[in-house]
Design a protein around this ligand. Structure first.
Ligand SMILES: Nc1nc2c(ncn2[C@@H]2O[C@H](COP(=O)(O)OP(=O)(O)O)[C@@H](O)[C@H]2O)c(=O)[nH]1
Ligand SMILES: [Mg+2]
Length: 439
């Protein structure tokens, strides 16, 4: 305001009159209060100033006539955040955009679009993944985005390949792996919360109150995300232990046989030859969950016992069984809310060094918190998982996979026997026929 009054005085171009029109959708009283403060401030500089509030609860009802603009008045529009938040409401955005407020051949419109909003539009429309920095869209937009996902739909088809050439699952399976109490079941609930639009949704996975006294997850349990869809499913399974060979067996079992809903690894392992009525599903990607507090304690530990947490984590994480072609699992760091910001950063950088992955791109900090940053981290993490699961789909072999999977040696032998019998019958008939003709 001071600048405006100084400029008006310096230019000596007659008396300027400033009319502010604030368009408000929710808190009319607060804006009126702000207007009064601005007015008294303007009075100190002898700046002719008036302030109007246009209260429009739904911006799609905004009309140009409501803002009374006289022919000799210049209009300046300031809406740095309002338009970005309306990307999800296309009709309202159209009403409030330059398209509505400026003529298409207006030279100022061209310079505004080229200079100020071009990068933003390009980023919103064309950028993906970490390049996408403009994300002021409602959660519903992200829900719709993930809702449009089907297994294989994000696969990049290069070198003349077709989606038919890949073994595309009906549902993309993401397995959570981590030690007891690291927060796997809690992570299932946090992911579910982001996708359920109801304000109060019951917790889906059972979280153990005190992991040190038991009550841990013993049965693998699949959770469709969201619960009404079937494109992807997160499996919460039994925890890793401090016994390396047991972990190795468990990972081998999951990664070679797949994972079954309601399957107990302890039971399977003891029975060896087991039968499950539920089909085992191949795992398409793995999320490795680590507890930030345990990593920090391990980093600062003096002896082997204190350092064993990171040892177990790195050993299991680096198991070749968890590789998807050249890809490694993503890492989710939990319990960050119990640490300071600098400790959280240290844990993340140390985990990156320990596991040989990028701390920014492949490690996601997801604490027990309901803020937007955490929700965005969950969405980023899921995007990474589904994207990488689709890029690593196995190609079908030379023979149809079903044929290879289901035909047993017995069937093959029976087939050969049939062929042999047919051949014998043919030779016999041929001989009889020849003898008959010769006679
Ligand atoms: N403060 C905090 N507590 C967490 C977090 N994640 C999980 N927990 C708690 O850790 C305990 C074990 O979590 P749970 O999800 O059952 O671990 P799981 O054994 O890996 O499934 C529970 O008491 C959770 O409330 C987190 O990010 N922050
Ligand atoms: Mg659990």
């Amino acid at each position: 305001m001071q600048t405006l009054s100084e400029r008006a005085a310096a230019e000596d171009c007659g008396q300027h009159y400033f009319l502010f029109t604030a368009i408000e959708t929710t808190e009319k009283e607060k804006v009126e209060e702000t207007g009064k403060q601005l007015q008294s401030f303007a009075a100190q500089f002898n700046l002719p100033f008036s302030f109007n509030v246009l209260y429009i609860p739904d911006l799609k009802h905004l009309k140009a006539e409501q803002v009374e603009i006289k022919a000799d008045e210049a209009v300046v529009i300031h809406a740095s955040f309002a338009l970005r938040a309306m990307i999800s409401k296309l009709l309202e955005l159209e009403n409030s955009s330059t398209h509505y407020t400026m003529r298409s051949d207006d030279q100022h419109r061209a310079s505004i679009e080229a200079g100020s909003v071009l990068d933003g539009i390009r980023n919103i429309v064309a950028a993906e993944g970490r390049e996408r920095v403009t994300r002021s869209v409602s959660l519903q937009v992200w829900r719709d985005f993930f809702g449009s996902y089907t297994p294989g739909s994000w696969t990049e088809l290069v070198g003349g390949t077709n989606l038919r050439d890949y073994k595309v699952p009906k549902t993309t399976i993401i397995l959570l792996i981590g030690t007891k109490g690291c927060g796997k079941s809690s992570l299932v609930n946090k992911i579910s919360d982001v996708f359920e639009s109801e304000r109060f949704t019951p917790q889906r996975a059972r979280v153990s109150l005190n992991p040190s006294v038991g009550g841990c997850t013993c049965f693998a349990h699949g959770y469709k995300i969201p619960s009404s869809a079937k494109s992807f499913c997160v499996y919460d399974a039994q925890s890793l232990s401090y016994n390396q060979s047991e972990n190795e067996n468990m990972l081998k079992h999951w990664m070679t046989n797949g994972v079954c809903h309601e399957e107990s690894f302890i039971w399977c392992h003891a029975q060896k030859a087991y039968y499950l009525p539920i089909v085992a599903r191949p795992i398409n990607f793995v999320v490795f969950v680590v507890n930030a507090v345990s990593v920090l304690e391990s980093m600062e530990g003096r002896d082997e016992t204190e350092k064993r947490y990171t040892r177990v984590v790195s050993k299991a994480f680096n198991s070749p069984l968890l590789s998807f072609k050249d890809d490694r699992p993503v890492v989710v760091v939990t319990h960050g809310d119990l640490l300071s910001v600098s400790e959280r950063v240290r844990v993340r950088v140390h985990s990156g060094d320990l596991l040989g992955i990028h701390p920014k791109n492949q490690i996601f900090d997801i604490p027990e918190s309901n803020d937007c940053a955490t929700k965005l981290a969950i969405l980023d993490m899921l995007h990474y998982c589904l994207d990488h699961a689709d890029q690593n789909l196995p190609l079908k072999g030379l023979f149809p996979s079903l044929f290879l999977q289901h035909i047993s040696l017995l069937w093959l032998m029976a087939l050969l026997l049939w062929l042999y019998a047919l051949m014998r019958v043919y030779i016999y008939l041929d001989r009889i026929l020849r003898e008959h003709i010769l006679k």
